[in-house]
Write a new protein. Structure first.
Length: 235
């Protein structure tokens, strides 16, 4: 099969972006966007569709098994992990590949997602002592622990911006783990941070639910966290 990848590129955050097309051929039925990007960069001489030589494509990857979230990008208009999108399933004559648009671009498909870490630091989303969970809470804790911090949910969220006070579902998931595990007295400050940076800004559109690469039940986590931090009826 032959595919045309239309990639949005820029050499740095200050440079003007431009589109560049590449032809990729493969016999692999399960070839993904990550497979194609790796193969293009492995060529002795990378050329675009017009035969012009060009620099290697900058993009992030880690496990390539849908477990680290490093290869998040916008593929054919939707945020996704490059290692999780099969070319054959896209059914498009031309496959557009762009960096996530809610974050500053470093180069090509690489973006600066440090705001995710900074938001978790603001919320103080970590334990300072052991917090053993009861068996009835394990399903919520497990569901929240599957968050990859990839940023796909924030890309599609109509309320999130890197300058805003709403931290989105990427902050909600780890906060849910702590709200569920911590005793009531120890979770007071965390509940306040949750109200300010998650509950107050969420429009409940749940657009994030449809793009989460891990398939997290975001609605379930929201209901649990809102009950603990806002309604408190389960306390």
């Amino acid at each position: 099969m032959q595919y045309v990848l239309k990639i949005r590129r820029r050499t740095s955050s200050a440079a003007k972006p431009y589109w560049q097309r590449f032809v990729y051929e493969t016999d692999l039925a399960g070839a993904t966007v990550a497979t194609a990007l790796s193969a293009l960069n492995d060529r002795n001489l990378l050329t675009d569709i017009d035969g012009s030589s060009c620099t290697r494509i900058a993009w992030d990857c880690g496990c390539l098994q849908k477990k680290c979230g490093a290869c998040a990008m916008v593929i054919c208009g939707s945020p996704a992990l490059a290692c999780n999108v099969r070319l054959a399933e896209l059914k498009a004559k031309e496959i557009t590949v762009e960096p996530l648009r809610k974050f500053p671009v470093v180069a090509d498909l690489i973006v600066d997602r440090s705001i995710l870490r900074e938001n978790l630091q603001t919320i103080r989303a970590w334990l300072t002592a052991d917090a053993p969970a009861s068996e009835q809470k394990n399903d919520v804790l497990y569901e929240a622990s599957r968050c990859l911090q990839c940023g796909c949910c924030l890309e599609i969220c109509p309320n999130f911006s890197t300058e805003g006070k709403f931290f989105g579902m990427a902050a909600m998931a780890p906060t849910t783990r702590l709200l569920t595990a911590l005793p009531k007295a120890e979770a007071k400050m965390l509940r306040e941070q949750y109200r300010r940076h998650v509950y107050a800004g969420c429009g409940k559109s749940l657009a994030c639910r449809n793009v989460c690469p891990a398939g997290i039940d975001i609605e379930k986590l929201l209901v649990n966290s809102n009950a603990l931090a806002i309604w408190k009826k389960y306390r």
